[in-house]
Design a protein around this ligand. Structure first.
Ligand code: UDP
Length: 234
């Protein structure tokens, strides 16, 4: 079926049903806005399995998303939505850009969690946005920004509970939203160790893309281990 869009890690295809798209996860890994890029056999499968199971877990815990069903090792069916050009980041602990930019101590906690918005615009290197920027760019209204914040914190709560059952802590994550035909926000894209920072509660060991960003081990091994730990989730 027709390829609608090809991103860095996924392809989106039309299906014969206008209410259904097919997402295919690729064996690609990128970091730093595509500056670092590698082929990694088996990665698409792991991201698809993990992202599918996270969306299923969220659904069970009252958080809907675009996810319909997983149809193969590397593919899932999703609802068509118009993606809003925002990356919503929730941080429970300081790591990554907030440490580099603002000097927070790596691993220090944020209570309540911190919510940030970034402009999803590769050409501008996804800059951070204030709420006023979002209004001026006509990306969302004030009420919509509030809705996104509330929904992102709900995702955070459910994800924290899931990671806790796995003996892990959720440091931060990025999510994206789309709008359906009725204009409602729908949690979309993917949630996986590519889009989260995940540390072992006891050892601090990483189970996320930092392993690749920092070159500290085998991403496939870590994601496999993460997927195995998901077996403990109720
Ligand atoms: N993130 C992502 N895609 C992006 C930017 C960030 O999935 O384009 C995730 C990242 O993996 C981390 C969180 O969002 O879990 C916060 O990222 P941060 O702002 O610290 O940027 P980074 O250090 O990854 O450059």
């Amino acid at each position: 079926m027709m390829l609608l869009y090809e991103g860095k890690a996924k392809c989106v295809y039309k299906t014969e049903d206008p209410e259904v798209l097919r997402l295919e996860y690729k064996d690609e890994v990128t970091a730093g806005n595509g500056e670092k890029q590698d082929f990694m056999s088996g990665k698409g499968r792991l991201n698809n399995l993990i992202s599918s199971d996270i969306f299923k877990y969220l659904k069970k815990n009252g958080v809907d998303s675009h996810f319909i069903e997983r149809i193969s090792d590397t593919e899932q069916k999703v609802m068509p939505v118009r993606i809003i050009p925002l990356e919503v980041v929730v941080r429970n602990f300081a790591a990554g850009s907030i440490v580099r930019r603002l000097g927070f101590t790596n691993g220090s906690s944020f209570t309540p969690p911190l919510v940030e918005f970034y402009y999803k615009e590769d050409a501008l290197h996804d800059p951070i946005l204030t709420e006023d920027h979002i209004l001026k760019l006509d990306i969302a209204t004030e009420a919509e920004i509030e809705t996104l914040r509330t929904q992102a914190l709900k995702v955070n709560k459910a994800m924290n509970e899931m990671m806790d059952q796995m003996g892990l802590k959720l440091v931060d994550f990025k999510i994206e939203y789309g709008k359906d035909k009725a204009g409602n926000f729908v949690l979309a894209d993917e949630i996986s160790p590519d889009t989260c920072r995940i540390w072992d509660k006891k050892t601090g060991e990483n189970f996320d893309k930092d392993v690749y960003r920092n070159g500290t081990g085998s991403l496939i091994d870590k994601y496999t281990e993460f997927y195995e730990k998901m077996g403990a989730v109720k």
